[in-house]
Ligand binder design. Structure first.
Ligand SMILES: Nc1ncnc2c1ncn2[C@@H]1O[C@H](COP(=O)(O)OP(=O)(O)OP(=O)(O)O)[C@@H](O)[C@H]1O
Length: 439
C-alpha cells in the first residue's frame, strides 16, 4: 500500500453536454482561484463528497466524461495518459488535482502535488508572477528561504523575467505556460501532474520542458503526464493508461499500450482481396489481392519506422504468355508521392501471378501511407488500377534525447554515419578565408 502514490477506484464524472451542470466550468475556475499550482497532502482517499447539482429530467444531454476508471500509480512511476480528443484525460487530471470532484468513485493522492493543467487554472490571477511563485512554495510547505533558493532557476527557466511583477491575468497563454511549467517543475513536488501544456509555446520551449520532465522522471519522482505526443510518452513513461470515451481501454507498459492505441485508433487497410468481375482490371487481367506486413511476422502487425515491410500483390490472368508487370506507387498523405517501383515485365502463364518486394526498416518516415497498384501490359498499357489499394500508418518509436518533434523529409533513412574524434586544430591565419564561393 505504502508505495502507491495515486490510487483511482471506479471514478466517474458526469457532465451535461452544452450546458455544464451547475455551471461547472465557472465553478471550476472560481474554486481554482483559491488554489495554487501545488497542493499539500490531504485525506488519502477522497470519496465524491456531493452528488452533482440537480440534474433535470432530459437526461439525454447528460453524459459520462469518465466512467468507472480505476488504476494505481506507484511511487516513482512515470505514467502517460493517452486518448483522442474528448476522451476524458483532462477531467481525470482535474479530479486528481482536486479542481473538480468525481460524481462517483474514490481516489487517493499520497504526497505533495504539483499540477500543470490547462491555461487559466493554477495561478491566482490578481497576483503577480513573483507572488505566485512564493505562494505555490508556501502551499508546498517550503519556507521563503527555500523558495528563494529556487527562485532564480525558476525565473531563468520561464524566460519571462521582464513580466515578473505583472499580474498573472495579463499574461498571454505562452507566458502563463512558461512560468507555470517552471514553478511546477522546480518547486519539487512529490507528484507532478502535467496536462498537454506542451502544445502551447514554441518548439524550442517544448523541447526544454520535455527535457526537464525527463530529468524529473529520471530523478525518481511520480509523474502523471497527459499527451498526444506518443514519442514523448514512449520515451518518458514507464506505463500508459489509454482512455476512450471516458473508459480505460488499456493500461500497461507504455510501448504496448501506445502501439495498440495507434493501431486501433486509425483506419487502415493493410490487406485487401478482390473476388469476381468487380475486381480492378479487365478481361485479360484482374487484381486479386494486396497486402503490407512486417517481414518478421513475429513482431505483430504494428508498423514503425524501424519495421522492414513486405508488400505483396496478386493478379489473375486468363491469357497465357501476355507480358504484364506491376507498377506500385507509395504516397504519404502530407508529403505526396514517396516512391514508385516497377516489377520486371515477363510473359505470364494463365492463373494467379504473385509479385512482392521489401522496403527495409529505417527508411520511411512516420505518417499515413496509401498504395496505388497498377498492372501494365507490354510496358505501358494500364490494365488494372487500384488507386488506394492499401492505407497504413507508420508510427514513430521511442527516441533518445529530448526532442520529440516530427522529422522533416519524405524519407527518414538510417545511414551509416562515421563521426571522427580525430580533431585537428583549426589553423588561424590573418588573411582572408580561401576556398569559399568567391574564394
Ligand atoms: N465542465 C464541463 N462541462 C461540460 N462538459 C465538459 C466539461 N469539461 C469537459 N467536458 C466534456 O467532457 C469530455 C471529456 O473532456 P476532457 O477535456 O476531459 O477530454 P480530453 O481527453 O482531455 O480531451 P483533449 O485531448 O481534447 O484535451 C468532453 O466531451 C468535454 O467536452
Amino acid at each position: 500500500m505504502s508505495d502507491i502514490a495515486i490510487s483511482v477506484e471506479g471514478v466517474s464524472k458526469q457532465y451535461r453536454r452544452g450546458i455544464p451542470i451547475g455551471n461547472d466550468r465557472m465553478t471550476e475556475v472560481l474554486s481554482n482561484l483559491g488554489r495554487g499550482l501545488v497542493s499539500g497532502p490531504r485525506r488519502w482517499l477522497a470519496r465524491s463528497r456531493r452528488p452533482e447539482p440537480c440534474v433535470p429530467a432530459e437526461a439525454s444531454a447528460d453524459f459520462w466524461a469518465l466512467k468507472d476508471v480505476s488504476f494505481d500509480v506507484r511511487r516513482g512511476e512515470v505514467v502517460g495518459i493517452i486518448g483522442r480528443n474528448g476522451a476524458g484525460k483532462s477531467t481525470l487530471l482535474k479530479i486528481l488535482s482536486r479542481i473538480t470532484e468525481p460524481t462517483a468513485g474514490r481516489f487517493g493522492v499520497r504526497g505533495r502535488v504539483g499540477s500543470l493543467l490547462e491555461v487559466g487554472t493554477g495561478f491566482h490571477q490578481e497576483l503577480t508572477g513573483r507572488e505566485n511563485i512564493f505562494l505555490n512554495g508556501t502551499v508546498l510547505g517550503m519556507s521563503r528561504r527555500e523558495v528563494l533558493k529556487k527562485f532564480d532557476e525558476i525565473v531563468a527557466f520561464s524566460e519571462i523575467e521582464a513580466f515578473l511583477d505583472t499580474p498573472a491575468k495579463r499574461y498571454s497563454s505562452g507566458m502563463y505556460v512558461r512560468l507555470a511549467f517552471a514553478v511546477a517543475a522546480h518547486l519539487e513536488p512529490e507528484i507532478l501532474i502535467v496536462d498537454e501544456v506542451l502544445a502551447v509555446g514554441d518548439a524550442r520551449f517544448q523541447k526544454k520542458c520535455l527535457g526537464r520532465l525527463g530529468e524529473i522522471a529520471a530523478g525518481g519522482r511520480t509523474v502523471l503526464f497527459v499527451s498526444h505526443n506518443t514519442p514523448a510518452v514512449l520515451t518518458l513513461c514507464h506505463r500508459a493508461v489509454w482512455l476512450s470515451d471516458g473508459r480505460v481501454l488499456g493500461s500497461g507498459e507504455a510501448k504496448d499500450v501506445v502501439s495498440e492505441y495507434l493501431e486501433l485508433g486509425t483506419a487502415s487497410t493493410k490487406e485487401r482481396h478482390w473476388a469476381g468481375d468487380g475486381a480492378p482490371g479487365d478481361d485479360r487481367v484482374r487484381l486479386r489481392s494486396a497486402s503490407v506486413a512486417p517481414c518478421d511476422s513475429t513482431t505483430g502487425t504494428h508498423l514503425t519506422v524501424d519495421t522492414a515491410l513486405r508488400f505483396r500483390f496478386e493478379f489473375s490472368t486468363a491469357v497465357s504468355g501476355a507480358t504484364f508487370h506491376y507498377c506500385v506507387t507509395v504516397s504519404e498523405t502530407e508529403r505526396g508521392c514517396i516512391f514508385q517501383t516497377h516489377s520486371a515485365a515477363v510473359p505470364c502463364p494463365a492463373g494467379l501471378v504473385c509479385g512482392e518486394f521489401v522496403v527495409p526498416g529505417g527508411l520511411l518516415n512516420d505518417g499515413t501511407y496509401t498504395v496505388r497498384v497498377q498492372v501494365m501490359e507490354d510496358g505501358a498499357k494500364v490494365r488494372a488500377d487500384a488507386p488506394e489499394s492499401l492505407v497504413f500508418q507508420i508510427h514513430d518509436v521511442e527516441r533518445s534525447g529530448a526532442w520529440f518533434g516530427k522529422w522533416a523529409g519524405a524519407v527518414r533513412p538510417t545511414l551509416a554515419w562515421t563521426v571522427s574524434n580525430d580533431v585537428r586544430p583549426i589553423a588561424h591565419t590573418d588573411g582572408p578565408d580561401v576556398g569559399g564561393p568567391h574564394g
